[in-house]
Design a protein around this ligand. Structure first.
Ligand SMILES: [Zn+2]
Length: 482
């Protein structure tokens, strides 16, 4: 056979093979899809998240339907309470393109439906598109809770100073109580059961105490200060309480920066700031060559940006506070030295008569001899030991119920996290680490992560009158005979 013919035949054979292959593949697909009409597997139904308890406000629940072959044809959701059936949604997808996976959000409005508090069952069914409409059915148990927690404030006198602390005692009752405390603006100071403070109250799990603090420059006309309680169905109750706020302005302070200080501190702390900014927030700011040489620019980044990051870290550290009182008596001064910078200062930093930066001083500075031994202000448990941004070498101590102290600019630290300490323990030695000019101790006391006025806690009379007295009053109220 001539070569030409052979080549021609080869092409024909190849073409036929290809055609048969394509046709086969096409038909196989058609046959497989057709066979889906005869599949017998019902759709799978699932809820995207756990079905929560249903409170007085409407909620949305997210449901997913999946049918591997024929696809979802229709679904239906009903709610059953005490033999009454409430249709929630019924949807057919038969006139839409076939989908294997469908999600649907279903709204439940208990008031509109006329539901009562108590258990409910949410019944979900779905049919596929097979000839005999295979049906899957699932039910989710939930409950309706239309009742808000009940709150009543028991303590009557609440005198607080700006950035100082007050204490409120209140009752919060709900079978599904989830959260309670004092809301100041957007910050919730948690309430703890008084029985955790004193066993004498073990019969009163419904009574709570909560410390709270109203910050400097707080606008009472714009922001709420109230007791709130929330149940697990999302019902929220609030109650106001009487308090007298003694407004104190921040002290101010002007600080002149030297070039040597600026150079040394920015050289050390600015790269550390960039590292942490990337780690914590995934941000890498673009810096112009001019800025990278500008000591004022670099200082402002460290003093303001790095300060913010350090504050966020402190708030996180103190989230692990224990629910028991670890301290007793007045808080001591961690050093014998006098205060060299007041709590709350609004600081203006100047360099060559230019304003370089502004910040607030969240603690007090205590004078020290070099590498002075530092004692904690009260008994507690060490929460953090290490380098903390502008704070430098830092020990953070938990005193329980959200109260914590920190000791900063330390040159060395001699305790470990988790260690129980008393006011006798030496936790470290003063130094100049972080953003410190000379050797001193920066001391802070924080409530639920918020920095508060230290001097109140140094004063046993204040503790007795503002905290202990409220507990004593409560004892009298509950046991009038004693
Ligand atoms: Zn300081």
């Amino acid at each position: 056979m001539p070569l030409e013919v052979l080549v021609k035949r080869g092409w024909i054979v190849l073409a036929v093979i290809l055609l048969v292959g394509v046709a086969g593949w096409f038909w196989r697909d058609v046959i497989v899809k057709f066979s889906y009409n005869f599949e017998k597997t019902p759709p799978i139904i699932s809820s995207a998240s756990e079905i929560p308890a249903i409170g007085a406000s409407p909620i949305e629940i997210l449901l997913s339907f999946f049918d591997e072959r024929a696809g979802i044809g229709s679904f239906e959701v009903t709610l059953v309470q005490e033999n009454k059936t409430f249709p929630l949604i019924r949807e057919s997808l038969l006139d839409k393109p076939m989908q294997n996976a469908v999600t649907s959000s279903v709204s439940i409005d208990p008031k509109k439906l006329g539901l009562r508090s108590g258990p409910v069952e949410i019944i979900v069914s779905a049919k596929d598109r097979a000839l005999w409409s295979n049906e899957g059915k699932t039910s989710f148990a939930s409950s309706v809770d239309l009742d808000k927690p009940r709150i009543s404030v028991l303590s009557s006198v609440h005198n607080v100073t700006s950035a100082g602390v007050g204490m409120v005692i209140f009752k919060a009752e709900d079978p599904n109580l989830k959260k309670q405390g004092i809301l100041v603006g957007t910050h919730l100071f948690p309430g703890y059961q008084v029985k955790l403070l004193d066993e004498q109250f073990s019969g009163h799990p419904e009574i709570f105490f909560s410390y709270f603090s109203i910050p400097f420059d707080f606008d009472l006309t714009q922001n709420p200060v109230k007791v709130i309680a929330l149940d697990s169905a999302g019902n929220e109750a609030s109650a106001s309480f009487n308090f007298k706020l003694k407004v104190k302005q921040r002290p101010t302070s002007d600080i002149n920066l030297s070039e040597v200080f600026l150079r040394n501190k920015t050289q050390e702390l600015y790269p550390a700031y960039l590292r942490e900014l990337k780690e914590m927030k995934g941000e890498s700011p673009t810096v112009t060559p001019d800025q990278s040489q500008d000591l004022i620019y670099l200082f402002r980044q460290v003093n303001e940006g790095y300060r913010d990051l350090s504050s966020i870290r402190l708030e996180t550290i103190f989230k692990d506070s224990q629910q028991s009182q670890l301290w007793h008596g007045a808080f001591g001064r961690p050093l014998s030295g006098s205060s060299t910078a007041l709590f709350g200062q609004a600081r203006t930093y100047r360099f060559k008569n230019l304003v370089a930066s502004n910040s607030f001083h969240d603690g007090v500075d205590l004078a020290s001899v070099e590498q002075d031994a530092v004692h904690p202000a009260n008994a507690g448990v060490v929460l953090f030991v290490g380098d903390l941004g502008i704070y430098g070498g830092t020990v953070a101590v938990d005193h329980g119920f959200g109260l914590g102290t920190i000791y900063s600019h330390l040159s060395s630290m001699s305790v470990t996290p988790g260690q129980s300490i008393t006011s006798e323990t030496v936790i470290g030695r003063t130094g100049t680490t972080g953003l410190a000019g000379g050797d001193h101790l920066h001391y802070e006391i924080r409530l639920n992560g918020v920095s508060i006025r230290p001097e109140e806690w140094w004063d046993f009379g204040w503790i007795r009158d503002h905290l202990d007295a409220k507990i004593e009053d409560l004892k009298k109220e509950l046991n009038p005979s004693t």
